[in-house]
Design a protein around this ligand. Sequence first.
Ligand code: SF4
Length: 391
Amino acid sequence: MALLEVEDLHTEFRTDEGVVEAVNGVDLEVAAGETVGLVGESGSGKSVTALSILGLVDRPGRITEGRVEFHGEDLRAASERRLRELRGDELSMIFQDPMESLNPVLRIGDQIAETLRAHRKVPGEDVGWLESNLLGNFVPRRSARARYPESWTQAVELMDRVGIPEPEQRATEYPHQFSGGMAQRAMIAMALSCEPDLLIADEPTTALDVTIEAQILDTLGQLQDDYGMGVLLITHDLGVVMETCDRVAVMYAGEIVETGSVESVFADPAHPYTRALLDSIPRGRKGEENLEAIPGQVPDLVDPPEACFFEPRCPYAHESCRTGRPVMYEVGPNHEARCVLYDSTDPYGPGVLESEGLSVGGDTEATDATTDGGERDQTTDGHDPPEGGGS
Ligand code: SF4
């Protein structure tokens, strides 16, 4: 059994313009010790998928359909209290901007020690009901170093573990005294403080330069090996996916359009969107002056087309693409793409592939659980990027 199983997840946002289905039938699995990359442009629904998994979608958003299981437990049926227990303990998340996530008026060491105390029983340092529910947020506290020496010691050890130099000293400092890279390391220390089974990292290195990015990813990889946790890595950076992930799922306009092992997807990208994304990576080749851009726009998802969402931008678009929403087709071992080019019954698909010199690459069997026998899904609803809902 996978550590995390997501099936047919739908999350919508009600806006003045209409209902936006930001996540539209997402299927996803993460196994223990595995790193899965969730990749796509900004607004493709990656972050909303992560927030939906953690039960953190706020109004006007709501999950309307789907199954989210963690260790076999149905998270959609779990109470808010149970979700709070899981979050930060067995399930952790690192957000894009560490400065937004850290409390500016608490020392870094205190913040990590608080997380430890809240989720792990440290002898003699239990969190009382009054503190955890009321006073903790309002009453100025003395440093955990004085009140909770064991938690403080563990916090300092964690800071050392994630590569923060002089951790005893840095633990006494405030977030504004940390650089972006050090703040992200502090966030990683906090996220890993309870040795979670699953870590969701949402663009953890976006704000960092490439050297710090490499260090952070390296640190995450080492900690993953040590703890054996599964990682869902959300990123728009295909280079990061290539370096760090075992499997990848490519998202476009709220849907997964291709999924497979990193080797198969990068060596033989099947979906035209994945190919376009890979073509847009700067390779530093001599004479390469302009980056390839993907022409056109993401469709208006308040009033989505009854067609493949990528059709207006797709160089392989043909008549079949406009007659309904494609399902997932198997294009190779454990490699699927949401594209009618791989539908063996499509009168145009194989011809288009041939004329482009592309191979089907595997059995062209429809695999979308929501459809039957390769029929295209004709039941689309409203879709749209959420207001401020992340990517
Ligand atoms: S279904 Fe058609 S439009 Fe969509 S990605 Fe495939 S070829 Fe392009």
